[in-house]
Design a protein around this ligand. Structure first.
Ligand SMILES: Cc1ncc(COP(=O)(O)O)c(C=O)c1O
Length: 393
């Protein structure tokens, strides 16, 4: 294991174990995609080819999946929330998730049964917005709790998306998760959380499976191209682990090099990998970062084994890396390449740029003129005022 410090990023190179198989496979993705396609507002998000950037950085191609238009929620998170709500209601209404579609839930009888369900969740913003939206879609109710430091703008969009109530608590993210868990126990509500721990795995598993729709769309959109390098940003690592598992299965013959990217102040996957004993590590205290969705101190237990065994590199970077990438992504000369990428969305592009400036690191990661890089911009301007301040500064 080796740590390399470059300008605003630390990179950990690991001895990846590469164990075969992952629970986040083709079958799981097909089920999620089939459900999402049945939603009236479903539309594939774009896979943008950043040609100007690829040329400038000296690689063959950079593909960026742009989640800023997903379901009108400006982030990928609604994929997980909606699929979990669907699976929970399939169980409640005795429907087969492999064949049920959204319209099956719209009968008066089914809507009445669904209206009895009350969801509760903790969120940095995007997951809560997705759960609020999905709950109201199916006629359920949702209570959403947010950590200290969450902005009023992020709280309000959650209520606007359909939450009964969204509340900012005086607690850090991990503690808000525990608070939501207690609220569920005390009130008989259903906890719908995008991270897992021992004894709470089924619903997070469905949430991660929902994210796989992105993976399935990407594979189709790549149209035969195989990425050599995939950079995935992580909060708890549910999205990164799910997509990593899915893509490593999909490209098993030519597995890409996977890199996990986190904010420097709250790099819990980085620290877990660095500890080297296979177990997770948490970051305590009240970490601060502009990448709100990545401000999570404890890795997701169901996706950590996939990340641990399959990711080769971990990067922890400062907020400046993301800010710089946000500004660049939105002003490429060719309009087709311009992307509104929020704080969490832009960060992998920023890290890629930093790595490419360092020749020995670039060599170590095997990045050259034949490389095909895959990035996911996981959010657009989810906090429009903050976004404007950053890109205009
Ligand atoms: C926009 C965005 N990107 C990435 C993530 C990270 O996802 P995860 O917590 O599954 O690692 C989040 C989490 O909320 C997010 O909102």
């Amino acid at each position: 294991m080796k740590e390399t410090r470059i300008k605003n990023t630390i990179v950990l190179s690991t001895d990846r174990k590469g164990s075969p198989g992952s629970p986040f496979d083709q079958k799981a993705a097909e089920n999620a995609l089939r459900f999402h396609r049945s939603l009236p507002m479903y539309k594939e998000t774009k896979l943008v080819s950043l040609r100007t950037a690829a040329e400038k950085l000296g690689v063959k191609a950079i593909y960026l999946k742009d989640e800023s238009t997903r379901f009108g929620l400006k982030a990928f998170k609604g994929l997980g929330g909606s699929y979990a709500v669907f699976r929970i209601l399939c169980d409640k209404l005795n429907m087969d998730y492999r064949t049920a579609v959204f319209s099956d839930f719209m009968t008066d009888e089914n809507r009445e049964k669904s209206s009895e369900v009350i969801f509760v969740t903790a969120t940095d913003g995007n997951h809560g917005r997705g759960v609020a939206w999905a709950s109201s879609l199916f006629g359920c109710r949702a209570y959403v709790y947010m950590p200290a430091g969450s902005t009023e703008a992020r709280r309000k969009v959650i209520e606007d998306a359909g939450a009964e109530k969204a509340v900012i608590c005086d607690l850090n993210y991990d503690k808000v998760v525990q608070f939501a868990r207690r609220q569920a126990e005390e009130n008989g509500w259903m906890l719908i959380q995008d991270t897992s721990w021992e004894g709470y795995e089924k619903i997070p598993q469905w949430i991660v499976e929902g994210y796989l729709t992105m993976g399935a769309e990407i594979c189709k959109q790549l149209d035969g191209d195989v990425p050599t390098h995939v950079f995935l940003q992580a909060g708890v690592g549910a999205m990164a682990g799910g997509i990593l598992g899915y893509l490593s299965n999909a490209f098993a013959a030519n597995e890409p090099v996977f890199t996990i990217v986190e904010p420097m102040t709250v790099a819990c996957l980085y620290e877990s990998a660095k500890a080297g004993d296979g177990s997770i590590r948490s970051i305590s205290g009240d970490p601060v970062t502009i990448m709100a969705g990545l401000n999570c101190g404890t890795p997701c237990s169901i996706t950590w084994p996939t990340i641990r065994d399959r990711a080769s590199f971990y990067c922890a970077c400062t907020d400046d890396v993301s800010k710089d990438a946000m500004r660049e992504l939105v002003c490429f000369p060719n309009e087709k390449e311009r992307v509104v990428a929020g704080e969490c969305g832009a960060v992998t592009y920023g890290v890629l740029k930093e790595i490419i400036k360092d020749n020995s690191l670039k060599r170590e990661m095997g990045i050259d003129e034949e490389s095909i890089i895959l990035l996911i911009s996981t959010e657009g301007d989810t906090d429009p005022e903050e976004y404007k301040k950053i890109v205009n500064s």
